[in-house]
Design a binder for this molecule. Structure first.
Ligand SMILES: [Zn+2]
Length: 397
């Protein structure tokens, strides 16, 4: 008998794969290596070809391939399933993060919702496809990325491989992709991106008893922060609003400046978080911001660094037909479905940028992800496996 998604999920939750989140020596339980080993063994047992792609020391993406039926002398279409291996850390959790306890129709544990639930459903589908192969079965490639929670370097490294450069493990560029994330069984067709910068103001230090001899970088920054507040309220809305994701936003989250109370500060720094609508690029956002500052407070004694973080937005320009097809499977298994937009970033746009129609879909809600008692609904977990199996079967019709 095929292993259920629940069984797969319990195995995955029991193996820590916390993202180090930039910590240099995080210790045991961090990094994806143990989970990658487990996935390799699983793919081996399923009879899938597999491929490990090292990305950082001890951190590797892993791919599996279930070959489809050939069409004459050519392979059939290739479908991509993608899920990230890492979870957020377990600090502050009130349950045992690695003991996948099942209670009242839920499975608890770190990663159960984000995103080992979606990954488990995909593994169960691979096994079902092996055991109950539909006619004209497409080739299914499952890609498990590292480092989704802190920088998207795993999926970025996958791109040449998905574009059939470097290796022929993926026999053709996938014709569509489903990325696992907790979407509550809705189809996410668009999401915002993010770009984060440090902005500095410069001044001249002086003894605070003679402030007129210096130039106060904190006073300068106060003007900039005021301007940014007006920018968020009045200028950004003029860029419009995406029907599913809403308007672009900006928030100043960190401020640092000054050495001591008796010194006129010569520098001050803020960190800015700008959320991108699906049709915006980080470069456009930066240019728009700089133009505004130029026109309001001027840009002398002011320095905007290159972004220390960017996350691409997902556009709904090319994934409508895919969403409809997946939606038909959702309708037949669970009833209704909706195409939605969400505020969080995912691996999906990095795949979509290759010209592959990509949607985000999976069990569980964002409200349960990253929480101190993270859990997933068993019903949604099993429905996800049913939906994805039905989806693959219909592709062959
Ligand atoms: Zn996730």
């Amino acid at each position: 008998m095929s292993k259920s998604a629940v069984t797969y999920l319990k195995e995955l939750v029991a193996i820590p794969s916390q993202n180090p989140m930039g910590r240099s020596d995080p210790g045991d339980g961090f990094g994806e290596a143990a989970l990658t080993d487990h996935l390799e063994t699983t793919f081996e047992r399923l009879g899938c070809a597999h491929y490990r792609q090292p990305v950082h020391p001890d951190r590797a993406n892993i791919f599996a391939r279930l070959d489809g039926d050939r069409r004459g002398d050519r392979h059939g279409p290739v479908v991509l399933f993608e899920a990230h291996q890492d979870t957020v850390p377990v600090d502050g959790m009130t349950i045992d993060p690695w003991d996948p306890r099942e209670e009242d129709g839920r499975i608890y544990g770190r990663g159960s919702c984000d995103v080992k639930g979606g990954m488990a459903a995909m593994l169960a589908v691979l096994e079902r496809l092996r055991d109950r192969r539909p006619p004209h079965c497409p080739t299914v490639v499952m890609a498990c990325s590292i480092n989704e929670e802190h920088g998207f370097s795993g999926v970025e490294a996958m791109r040449p491989l998905l574009a059939c450069h470097e290796t022929d493990f993926v026999p053709a560029v996938p014709t569509l992709a489903v990325v696992a994330e907790p979407t509550g069984l809705q189809v996410v067709v668009a999401h915002k991106g993010a770009v984060r910068w440090c902005l500095h103001t410069r001044g001249h230090a002086a003894h605070s008893s003679m402030p007129e001899k210096g130039s106060n970088a904190i006073y300068r920054m106060a003007q900039v922060v005021d301007a940014l507040n007006v920018y968020q309220r009045e200028s950004l809305p003029t860029l419009g609003s995406h029907p599913l994701c809403g308007p672009a936003t900006l928030s100043v989250g960190v401020i640092r400046g000054g050495l001591s109370v008796n010194t006129v500060p010569d520098s001050c720094t803020i960190e800015i978080d700008r959320r991108l609508m699906p049709n915006e690029t980080p470069e456009q956002a930066q240019q728009h911001l700089l133009t505004y500052l130029e026109q309001t407070v001027g840009v002398d004694m002011l320095e905007l660094e290159t972004p220390f973080m960017t996350a691409d937005p997902l556009s709904d320009a090319a994934n409508g037909p895919l969403a409809q097809r997946l939606g038909e499977s959702i309708r037949s298994i669970v009833g209704s479905w909706q195409a939605i937009g969400v505020p969080y970033a995912t691996d999906a746009p990095y795949i979509a940028r290759l010209g592959i129609p990509t949607v985000v879909f999976g069990p569980g809600s964002l409200e349960q992800a990253h929480t101190k008692d993270e859990w997933i609904s068993v019903e949604q977990l099993e429905s996800t496996a049913d939906v994805l199996y039905d989806f693959i079967c219909r592709l062959g019709e």
